[in-house]
Design a protein around this ligand. Sequence first.
Ligand code: DGL
Length: 271
Amino acid sequence: MDIRQLPIGVFDSGVGGLTVLRALHARLPHEALLYLGDMARLPYGSKSPHTVSRYARQAAEVLVKRGIKLLVVACNTASALALEDLRAAFPQIPVIGVLEPGAAAACAATRSGRIAVIATESTVRGGAYERAIHALLPAAAVRAAACPLFVALAEEGWHDGPVVEAVAQRYLKPLFADARPDVLVLGCTHFPVLASAIAKVAGPETTLVDSAHTTAEAVAEMLATFDLAAEPSSKPSVHFISTDSPERFARVAEGFLPHTLRPLEVELIDL
Ligand code: DGL
């Protein structure tokens, strides 16, 4: 079997990782993609590192067993808390998280060196973004804030409007109180769908950075390095798996994908 024809495995705690899947599909249109959303156990963002690692490993195991050539951890929380565990558990497969590409994009975009990060509670508590940014830009001044309500708003399909802006005001105010950051990292896979409301509150002098495109770029590089890229003639396919309600997965996914998804197109599994 030609390993290059295997799909790229992508997982997230839910549908938020579809922002990464979209970027992967746009950057690598010949690649087959296998996406798992762990809807049954969402959110990961309020769970302990031990639990997130256990969930991430179980989700990754399903994809690895089905046969994938590379694993993308399309969840910031799992990237922050479980990446090393996953690399150790599956040494035969390259594993890429979204956090380092996001940190690299932030460091490339900042002029003042003042960077703000918004993410889930567990991602912020672990300090992984600060470490990744400081590894690239030791003098950077990094502030981070947990914005758990953004996940609920994104899932609910409330992507803009006064409610989202009011929540954004409340969350961003302390981050922008003095010595304004010039870069705001959307350090959670759900946040890019709220980008226009967040940008309105953050103001025009703030650059919003999300890791979807930089992650897709990192995946493209990795495929080239390991000679894993599919033939340009390959017919791409995307297969969706959910650990709970395909109906809900398909409905919420509509806010994250450019096309509609029918529940029948989502495979239900138990972990
Ligand atoms: N996927 C998670 C992340 O990117 C957000 C949703 C959750 O808390 O599970 O951090």
